[in-house]
Design a protein around this ligand. Structure first.
Ligand SMILES: Cc1cc2nc3c(=O)[nH]c(=O)nc-3n(C[C@H](O)[C@H](O)[C@H](O)COP(=O)(O)O)c2cc1C
Length: 178
């Protein structure tokens, strides 16, 4: 059966090494349009993004995560995914809201044949405080937001096999009863 979305999702793999190709701002805007269609709890739309293109700033953001942050250094763009957590009503599902938007970004990136990787920030530590605090300070994010993760994007510089039907954990899906 035709399954265009599966054709896309099976090709999406975490890409952590990037080439030097510059991604057009226009293409990044198209990717972000996809992110903005992601569902959010109660339709509150509490997820916001900072698109970072400046190489120096990308390095500084990477340094905000003590272990593994430097993996974003070669990325051409880094999307900082943050959620408005000040309002308790909107904050209940903040992780879910941010995660779904991030997944949309990962798929949108694959659609354009580029590579991307989720880089975790929640509960991670930086140089002096939490990674979240340090990234918000760097980017001038106002109080009331929490950074969930980054999505590093760039030209693919590593080959990853697309998933096939054989790779799927079909045993994880239960029909009708466990
Ligand atoms: C919640 C979450 C956190 C992740 N954190 C990181 C991370 O900090 N660094 C990283 O390189 N990859 C991270 N990843 C990517 C996973 O390691 C990756 O998706 C997994 O190994 C499966 O590989 P695939 O994406 O190629 O299918 C994360 C993925 C998720 C969903």
């Amino acid at each position: 059966m035709k399954n265009d979305l599966y054709e896309l999702t099976r090709r999406r793999r975490s890409v952590r090494r990037y080439g030097n190709a510059h991604i057009d701002d226009e293409l990044i805007r198209e990717i972000m349009k996809v992110a903005l269609t992601a569902p959010t709890s109660f339709g509150h739309k509490p997820v916001e993004f900072v698109v970072v293109r400046d190489k120096g700033m990308i390095r500084k953001i990477g340094a905000c995560k003590q272990m593994g942050g430097s993996q974003i250094n070669g990325a051409d763009a880094v999307i900082v995914v943050m959620v408005k957590t000040a309002d308790k009503r909107q904050a209940e599902f903040w992780i879910e809201d941010g995660a779904i938007a991030s997944a949309y970004i990962l798929l949108a990136v694959e659609q354009y044949g580029l590579g991307a990787c989720w880089v975790h920030i929640r509960n991670r530590i930086g140089q002096r405080g939490t990674s979240d605090q340090e990234i918000r300070a760097l980017l001038g994010v106002p109080e009331g937001y929490t950074v969930l993760n980054l999505v590093a994007i760039g030209e693919k510089a590593e080959e990853k096999m697309a998933y096939t039907d054989i790779d799927l954990h079909t045993e994880n899906v239960h029909y009708g009863k466990y």
